[in-house]
Design a binder for this molecule. Structure first.
Ligand SMILES: [Mg+2]
Length: 305
């Protein structure tokens, strides 16, 4: 049997999903594994969204360099970002905490201060969780959200001819501290789904190149971006970093060519940039260089295992 390192995240999830068999899709499940959040039947025109995201000391942050309140913020905000990416609004979360016994109460209170600040900002409740002893700090959040049926945006809805956009500027999130102090794009996503028919949307967590592949695989369309169009964050320094760095927590979305003209250039203070299009059926991601040459875009970004 291969190790999880040898398999990589995509193949691992594939194997585990298969092992679940029929329990993936029981009563009330509209969309199961494979998107930013699962979709459950709600009441009337509302659907329920259900997601979780865990962060671990030494993997997603370093306790020595990130203040406790920003660790708390990040843990909840990453979950809020997944709800935003589905076109929804966060409703409630539970927080489970693993901590070494020598951890000070002060550290944990500060961490919860960050959780509380994020919850207040995005108007959700924190309604439970668990605390256990662990060799290092782990914050695991599960979140519920709601979405109007007509606003639901999956990764799998991109069609040939669609235009691709991203919010914000990409890359350098670790260097700038933005990997923890980011603003989940709930407002921006809401503005978009109200204004245009968003065919597909997801949040950027593993790096644009890698996340484009996820959307390509889910939608079965070839995505092509123009390298010079990608908005590069100052901290990224180079286009290569903007393509490969993870934890941007920005939105990647696809709309029809007609609707593309109605996508605003910014929403509040957040820029929205057209970066490419879905050009054919199939699974691939391509980049067009300044000279017009088209090459495959191969991710070298964040590896989960
Ligand atoms: Mg996501």
């Amino acid at each position: 049997m291969p190790s999880v390192h040898a398999l990589g995240e995509v193949a691992l999830i594939d194997r585990l999903t298969r092992r679940l068999g029929v329990v993936r899709r029981g009563r009330g499940v509209q969309i199961g594994i494979g998107d930013d959040a699962a979709v459950l039947r709600g009441s009337g025109r509302q659907l329920l969204l259900f997601a979780s995201d865990m962060i671990v000391d030494g993997v997603h942050f370093r306790r020595e360099t990130v203040p406790a309140r920003w660790i708390g913020w990040k843990a909840l905000a990453a979950n809020v970002s997944d709800i935003a990416a589905m076109g929804g609004r966060p409703l409630a979360a539970v927080v489970s905490l693993g901590v070494p016994p020598a951890t000070t109460a002060r550290f944990l209170e500060d961490l919860y201060g960050g959780i509380a600040r994020c919850a207040k900002r995005f108007r959700l409740s924190v309604i439970g969780g668990d605390t256990v002893r662990a060799p290092r700090v782990v914050v695991d959040v599960a979140i519920l959200g709601t979405v109007k049926r007509r606003h639901l945006t999956l990764r799998s809805g991109a069609r040939v001819g669609d235009r691709l956009f991203v919010t914000g500027r990409l890359g350098g999130s670790l260097k700038s501290g933005r990997h923890a102090r980011f603003m989940p794009r709930v407002r921006e996503a809401q503005a978009l789904v109200r204004r245009v028919k968003v065919h597909a949307m997801m949040d950027l967590s593993d790096g644009l190149a890698s996340d484009l592949w996820q959307m390509s695989r889910a939608s079965r369309v070839v995505l092509r971006i123009r390298r010079t169009a990608v908005p590069v964050a100052r901290a990224a320094g180079s286009i290569e970093h903007a393509l490969m760095d993870g934890e941007d927590f920005e939105l990647l979305f696809a709309v029809s060519r007609r609707d593309a003209a109605r996508v605003p250039g910014r929403i509040g203070s957040c820029p929205v940039t057209r970066i490419g299009a879905a050009v054919a059926r199939g699974v691939a991601v391509e980049q067009e260089g300044p000279n017009g040459r088209i090459r495959p875009l191969i991710p070298t970004g964040f590896k989960h295992f």
